[in-house]
Design a protein around this ligand. Structure first.
Ligand SMILES: Cc1cc2nc3c(=O)[nH]c(=O)nc-3n(C[C@H](O)[C@H](O)[C@H](O)COP(=O)(O)OP(=O)(O)OC[C@H]3O[C@@H](n4cnc5c(N)ncnc54)[C@H](O)[C@@H]3O)c2cc1C
Length: 265
């Protein structure tokens, strides 16, 4: 079996994989792989926007809204990191060229999404994910220490005595190993397992399945986000999401009998 060597391996080229790669030490060789093409990740599909701590006085309310949305199962430290770091993340994204909607005076315009009690969502038209991820990708391609392999599927990790040495991968029909000092799994969610989903069908929770096989602890794998606002279609394939910002801005949901069936907030 052929073996590829790298310092750091990142499996997944959505916003998580790309952002991690941009923060890896510049003197380390980083290899990023993805199952299909670089542009086919759920990160490119995100529509409504990205939440941000717009003012320190909003911290408590932002924190409460987030843990309420997570049925109080969220890891509080992660919520804190997400909120506290959000202004810096937005500033970094702007440095990469991401354009968030602003008013005539150049101030950010905020919208509201499901579960948020105030408008604190930055957006770019209805294609915020594409705007963010395409700029992350453009930036990542400028870095000489980062290389990409498309159409490459991780099948398993190489693990012995509780240490990960890399992965077994497949490209076309060839099986090979990628040996790495550090392996980061950023393969997204499990939406592709459902017959009807707004997610890409190749996003099937592979890292989660591999982790379960290797007794790697997972937190709350049964908690996933189900949107009540997807456009119904008889055609096969990905479904179109009616963004949750529609509910955030006050839209109500009615079933075919004209009855409310969801708590929109
Ligand atoms: C229609 C839609 C709208 C959304 N709107 C919003 C929104 O407004 N705001 C918001 O915050 N979130 C939104 N989301 C959710 C958001 O897009 C995701 O949470 C986020 O993009 C996940 O990023 P990620 O980097 O973890 O994974 P992804 O972007 O899904 O990337 C996964 C990567 O892993 C790779 N991969 C998977 N398995 C393997 C394997 N076995 N081997 C190699 N590579 C593999 C894939 O090829 C891909 O590159 C939306 C999602 C959808 C589908």
């Amino acid at each position: 079996m052929n073996v590829i060597q790298t310092d750091i391996l990142i499996v997944g080229t959505g916003c998580s994989g790309l952002f991690a790669a941009l923060h890896a030490p510049k003197d380390k060789k980083v290899l990023l792989i993805c199952k299909t093409t670089l542009e086919e990740s759920d990160s490119f599909l995100a529509q409504g926007g990205i939440c941000v701590l717009k003012d320190p006085s909003d911290y408590e309310s932002f924190f409460k809204d987030t843990i309420r949305a997570g049925h109080y199962k969220n890891r509080r430290q992660s919520v804190d990191i997400m909120i506290q770091s959000s202004p810096d993340v937005i500033a970094e994204l702007e440095r990469y060229g991401v354009r968030f909607t602003k008013d005539a005076q150049g101030n950010f315009v905020y919208t509201k999404e499901g579960c948020h009690s105030h408008p604190r969502i930055l957006f770019h038209e209805d294609i915020t994910g594409k705007e963010i991820t395409s700029h992350l990708l453009k930036e990542a391609k400028k870095h000489k220490n980062l290389t990409f392999m498309e159409n490459t599927t991780m099948l398993d990790i190489l693990e012995e005595d509780n240490t990960c040495y890399g992965i077994v991968a497949k490209k076309e029909e060839e099986l090979f190993a990628i040996q790495s000092d550090f392996t980061l799994l950023a393969t997204g969610g499990i939406g592709g397992l459902f017959n009807n989903s707004t997610n890409y069908p190749h996003l099937t929770g592979d890292s989660l399945a591999i982790s379960l096989r290797h007794h790697i602890a997972l937190e709350n794998p049964d908690y996933i986000q189900i949107h009540p606002t997807t456009l119904y279609s008889k055609k096969k394939g990905r479904r179109f999401l009616i963004s949750e910002s529609v509910r955030g801005e006050g839209a109500k949901l009615y079933d075919k009998y004209g009855k409310r069936f969801a708590d929109e907030v």
